[in-house]
Design a binder for this molecule. Sequence first.
Ligand SMILES: [Zn+2]
Ligand SMILES: [Zn+2]
Length: 372
Amino acid sequence: MAKRDYYEVLGVSKGASQDEIKKAYRKLAIANHPDKNPGDKAAEERFKEASEAYEILSNEQKRQAYDQYGFAGVENGGAQDYSNVYRDFSDLFGGGFGDIFGSFFGGGGGRSSHGSRGPAVGSSLRYDVEIDFKEAVFGTKVEISYSHQVHCSTCNGSGEKSGSGKKVCPTCNGVGQVRRNSGFFSIASTCPTCNGEGYIIENPCTECHGSGLMRKKQKLKVTIPAGVDTGNRISISGMGDAGPNGGPSGDLFVYVNVKPHSYFERSGNDLYCQIPISFTQAALGGDIEVMTIDDVRVKVAIPAGTQHGKVLRLRNRGVPKLRSSSDQRGDQYIKLVIETPRKLNREAKKLLNQLSEVLGENKRPEPVPFTE
Ligand SMILES: [Zn+2]
Ligand SMILES: [Zn+2]
């Protein structure tokens, strides 16, 4: 059977706020809870379906991935097993579900732990970019687009229609929690009328339905400085999600992942590569030209009598030091690899035979320690 769209499952629009998603899920979870519908397979299916949809849509990052790539974008998409979600009673009221159903065994009159009555800082968001090796060395600009929560422009994040004000919640009398008996337990749960806020908005803003938040698509040009490496992050303050109740926004963290280069290896700010030379070049010495990361060829002198594996250093031809105003760079190291000619024509063979006679060959070379 084809999976239903998560938004469709919860019966909310694509632009739904976290509040709307939470409310929709709570309704479905309570109505279809297996404890309430023993033996009803259809209800159980609806409960599992709703739990899965909520798990994804309540998490900004998973939701973004789902919006962009569908089920394929969501880690463990449908593979995760939700059949155990409800078996353990505490699962539903503790852990990840705690903020929906309020604290389990909550002390009388105590506020629910999330304490969302005042303004709070919004969530920070993570965005991953992949850039080329050379872009990391010299810096680049990347355009990213993502969606985040911003304060509703109509009510400035207050959630109320201008001047309408707030009043103490009649259901919980401002406590933010209600208690009810369920089976063996007396459960203190978040007041469904006011969501634990303790007050209700008499006249909610029509734009954001009282949440004070709305989703906005955002495009940003991010400057990636020269010298970044995999794992570095660029933080852009205030570009995360807006905080609830008019609170400040979290930050956006852009994490950099650098693609490998075809021949350069990087270690810190130094670059490493191998350069093959012929054994006559190694024996006689001479100049060669070596490619650098700047795409220029620089002259390198090979000393006569160079041995296989010798490493030469090209100063200041490595990676620029991150956030350094000077022209300081790391170095480029080249390892000389001596190649033995594979195909010899008659002339070359003759000359080598002559060389062999002149130099003489050692038929009993002495062993030396093994190295790579
Ligand atoms: Zn509003
Ligand atoms: Zn209330």
